[in-house]
Structures are given as structure tokens and as C-alpha cells.
Design a protein around this ligand. Sequence first.
Ligand SMILES: [Zn+2]
Length: 381
Amino acid sequence: MNILCDLVARPSVNPMGRSVPHETPFFEGRVSDYLEAFFRSLGVPYERTTISPGRDNLIARFEPPDAKHTLLWDAHQDTVPVEGMVIEPFQPTVEGGRVYGRGSCDVKGGLAAMLAAFARLVKDQPKGAARVLLACTVDEEYTHTGSSALASQRLPVDLAIVAEPTMLEVVTAHKGAVRWKVLTEGVACHSSRPRDGVNAIYRMAHVLNAIQKYADRLQDSTPDPLLGPPTLSVGRIEGGQSVNVVPDFCAIDLDRRVIPGEDVDGVRQALREALQCELGDSVPFSFSEPWVRMPSLGPDRASSWVEPVREAIGTVLGQRPPISAVPYGTDAGPLSASGIPSLVLGPGDIAQAHTKDEWIAVDQLEKAVEVYYALACNLGS
Ligand SMILES: [Zn+2]
């Protein structure tokens, strides 16, 4: 709990693509410095790798000499922004069995539990324990650059456990997401003579109609048995300079949620073809490159680990936790796509993540430390 309070008191807000000054409360540097000091005081080997300016992944290693299996523990350092919060976001408060503050639930609570379990492994050196790489990533909340870089390191890992608030249930599947823009162009002119120009917003209206039809069909397509159908949503629109100018530009933002078996490039191509088929040559449009391409997590790659993990958790919680699938994306998507069997498992309830009075139950935190420690002890060989 002390570790969690230390983490909450160090703002690490993800600017979510906005341009912001490199100062409080943005970016992960304060948390990274804390983690570096933490690992140094434990005397374990660690690496600090810059992913983009001011944003560093850290990986620390617990290496028992005769471990046969290697676990990757992953937790992200960043939080969502704090606008609209009704509590002090960076002054952790412990009250009524809860710790309040931005990130307490998503996912500084999970990170703190992993740090506490990791420190206990280093101190106790339990016999037969697994090797544990504790990875603290950046930019999970926006574009997953931290976990994508981690995945590309091709670490020799048998199983990744990704901390997110699952109430310590074992999550084996989630959707992925692709986000990009569709653009239409036109020819600007004075709005008193609209026939002299080409209206990019009218063009976009046709594109939007076609997208809506496509999104409806997608909802009715074959669903994933755990996650339901893929979805497509238009979340933003911009275009035009002024009411008295025929607009030469319009753009919309798409959020396409993918299910296991779909790939990021394939779904973009499928939409492009559907739009071309519907609109013909009369409505030219273009796609931007995606700024989010987060793979889904399918249940197959880690399937042989699910029962050993549940059994290890059962030894400390008294019963095996349920298996579940969730609608939100996590670092497990990129890790799994790179070939690492991955599960999502952490303390707290996703219902409290990103909220105006974010909190986590102390009881969940304490259980999580026991759970992570037991996983290392039981999955070593
Ligand atoms: Zn999270």
C-alpha cells in the first residue's frame, strides 16, 4: 500500500496525443525514476530503455539459478488524464479500506502489487521459483508504444501476466482496436456561389452513410464466442473553415474493434473495398495511417497455462478464480501477437478505472501480492 501511495503521488498522465509541455503532470518520468531507485535498492539487474523523449520502459530481473520457466510481469506506468476528477488525483488517500487517487485502480495498484511480490521474491529467494522479468511500460492508455517495443524485443518468455483490474479473475481474451481517419477533399470557394466549388462535407456525408451501413452489417457478422461481434464506430468529425466558405476538407475518426482472427491491415482493406463498392468513383476519399493498432488477445496461445495459473491462485485465495473475457484492450494484445502466451490478471475492478473518484480496495491489493508471489513460486518448473 505504501508503494501504491508513492506511485499515485508521482503523476504520470498520458497526454493522449495532445501536445503538452514536458512537465507536471504529463509523461511517465517521475514514476520511472521511482522504479529505477526501487530496483537499485533491491540490487537486481534492470534496464531502462527510452521509447520516446521522456518516456522509458523499465525491465527488472529476478533470476534464480535453476529456474526452468520465465514469467514476464507487465504493468503500465501511465494513467489517463485527470480532468473532471472530484478527488485530489495525486494525493493518495486511504479511507474505508480503499486507496483513492488517479491510477490507483488502473494500474498503479497492479504495478504496486507486482513490485511488492517481486521484492519478496528477491528477499526470500524461494526454492523452485520461476525467473521473473518485471516490465513497466509507457503509453498503454493511448498508442501502446511501450508494450509494442517490449514485444519487439522477443524476450525468451514462457508466459506473460499483464496487470489490469480484473478482480483477480484470469482474462484469456479481449478485443483489439484500430483507429484511423477517413478524409475527403473538395474545392473551396465563396459560399454565395457553391457551384463553383466542391463541398468536402457533402462528400463525407456519403462516406458516412456507407460507413453506417457497413457498421450495421458488422454487428450482425459472425461473433467471437467469447467477445461478440467486431464493431465500428465514428467518434469525431472536423471540416470546413467558416460558414461562408465551401469546405475543401473533412475528416472523421474511426474506432474499429477487432476480434481474434481479424488483422489490423485486413479490416482496413475490407472497409476500403466496401466503401468503393458502395460509392463508386463519384466520392473520392482516402485513409490516414492508423495511430492505434492494438491486436486482440485470443484464448488459444496461453491455453495450456490457464489451469496451472488458476491452481496456483487457488492455493492462496482458497478457490480457483473464474476465467473471463473483457471488452477493453491491454498490453497483452501486442505481447500475444509477438508470440508470447499472455493472460491478464490484476487487482481492482475495471468499473473504478478512469473514474472521477478512482479507487482500489486494499483487500484486492493484498490478495494480488499473494497471487503474483504464488505464481512465481508455483510455475517455476
Ligand atoms: Zn490499464
